[in-house]
Structure formats: structure tokens, C-alpha cells
Design a protein around this ligand. Structure first.
Ligand code: 6PG
Length: 246
């Protein structure tokens, strides 16, 4: 793993702006290098402010949306128009405002059978990355959040399945809301070229300290260590408030 970078921004608004700027830079570099940008985004509340910036100037024009392939890190097994749907939230926040073409948007399936959904998304990843000459998924960017219990994506400290699985997509149950979910697995996340954590608010300060300073291996967020990619933690001052000053 390359060196981990921690960036602290003044507040949630600045965090969203910085996150969006980093998103743009990864998109620009990926498109310059190979003509497309493959990114997986998370759900939860924290990224929504960043997502809302995507459809406004200057990100609306700057990001090569027509070359961007948008995947999800995790999804709750609820209909897309349910308030807890990660796809539904992103759709409202920027996808529909940008009128992005459906064939570059890859929401996780939410059909009745979780195992079928996991296999189906794994097939979609396989077919997309094979078409780009990659045998395994290597995202240009994966954006993550962290829960107060140290979960990230839908990888929970209590997830019974071994999070070191060789599957790319897993069905799990848990979290808040406590529902069935699909999640990308640790090996897929750790193969990304860049992993960006977005964390905001004082209620995250304790877990941020545990993950970044104690590196407790029981916490899924502490097991995110890209093999050869960059790991970046973008915090606001409240979330960073318990970190020892360097
Ligand atoms: C999900 C998420 C999850 C999220 C964290 C932080 O769909 O539940 O992807 O991993 O990132 O729970 O959520 P908040 O941003 O809402 O605190």
C-alpha cells in the first residue's frame, strides 16, 4: 500500500467540495490515461452533499460524465424509490439532473433473492472489466463512509461471512436500517487505484481514532488497505477532533 493520506477540512461543506474536487481529478486522470473512469460510490448521508455538487457548475461541465461508469459499493434490498435506497438517493442527488445515460449506470439489483442479486452484480462487474481487458475489477475510485461501529460499505464487524472471501459481491444482513444488503467485498475494494473515505461529524470522532490510530483489525474500515492504490481519508474537523496532532 502507498502511504495513507489524511486531509482535514473545516466543515461538512468544505469536505463535500474537497471530495468533489478529488473525484474530478481521479476522473480526469483515468479518462486521460485510458478513455474511461470506473467509480463505485457509497450510500449513507455523508456523500450526499458531494453528490449534489456533481450536477452544478463547475463539476457538471468538468467531469467527463459520458466516459464515467458509475457502480455502487453497497445497496439495501429495498425498491429504488424507497428512502433507504442508495441508488435512489444518488439518482435524486445528481443522476437524474445530469440525465446520465442508463447504460453507464450500474445500480445493484434488489430482487427477492439476495444470492441471485450478488451473482448478477458480480456478472455485471465481470463483463464490464473484461471488456476493459481486466480479469478482476480494478476501480479507478471507490468512495467509502464509515459507521460508528467501524463498518464500511456493508461490511459490518458482525458480518458472519469472512470478509476476506474471494467473491466480489456478497449478500449480508445488518446495519441501519437492518435489512438485507449487497456489498462489494474487501478484495475488490482493496484493488482500487484510489479509495477515498468521507467522514463528517463529531459522532464519528471515536471510530476515526480507533481505525486510524489503533488500526483494530476487527473493524472492517481498518482492513481497507489498497494493495497498490492510494488510501485517502477526508475528514472534517469534528470527525478528526480526537486524532493526535502530528
Ligand atoms: C450504506 C453505506 C455505509 C455508509 C456508512 C456511513 O449504504 O449504509 O454505504 O457504509 O457509508 O454507514 O453512513 P453515513 O454517511 O450515513 O454516516
Amino acid at each position: 500500500m502507498k502511504a495513507r493520506q489524511i486531509i482535514v477540512e473545516k466543515n461538512a461543506e468544505r469536505l463535500a467540495q474537497k471530495g468533489a474536487a478529488l473525484f474530478y481529478e481521479q476522473a480526469r486522470d483515468a479518462v486521460t490515461e485510458k478513455g474511461h473512469f470506473a467509480v463505485a460510490i457509497s450510500g449513507g448521508g455523508t456523500p450526499r452533499e458531494m453528490h449534489r455538487l456533481f450536477s452544478k457548475a463547475p463539476l457538471r461541465q468538468q467531469i467527463a460524465w459520458e466516459k464515467t461508469h458509475l457502480f455502487w459499493v453497497d445497496e439495501r434490498a429495498v425498491p429504488y424509490d424507497h428512502p433507504a435506497s442508495n441508488y435512489g438517493a444518488a439518482k435524486a442527488d445528481f443522476i437524474e439532473k445530469l440525465t446520465l445515460s442508463g447504460d453507464r449506470i450500474y445500480p445493484m439489483p434488489v430482487g427477492v433473492d439476495p444470492e441471485t442479486n450478488a451473482a448478477e452484480y458480480q456478472r455485471q462487474l465481470q463483463s464490464f472489466f473484461k471488456g476493459k481487458n481486466a480479469e478482476v475489477p480494478v476501480f479507478d475510485l471507490i468512495v467509502l463512509g464509515v459507521g460508528t461501529d467501524g463498518h464500511t460499505a456493508s461490511l459490518f464487524p458482525t458480518t458472519p461471512a469472512d470478509i476476506s472471501t474471494d467473491k466480489w459481491v456478497m449478500a449480508v444482513k445488518g446495519g441501519d436500517p437492518d435489512v438485507l444488503r449487497l456489498t462489494l467485498t474487501l478484495p475488490v475494494i482493496n484493488r482500487a487505484r484510489q479509495v477515498l473515505f468521507l467522514v463528517s461529524g463529531a459522532r464519528k470522532a471515536r471510530i476515526v481514532k480507533k481505525v486510524l490510530e489503533n488500526e483494530d483489525p476487527l473493524l472492517p474500515a481498518a482492513r481497507i488497505r489498497p494493495e497498490s492504490g492510494h488510501l485517502m481519508w477526508l475528514l472534517d474537523t469534528d470527525a478528526a477532533s480526537l486524532l493526535a496532532r502530528e
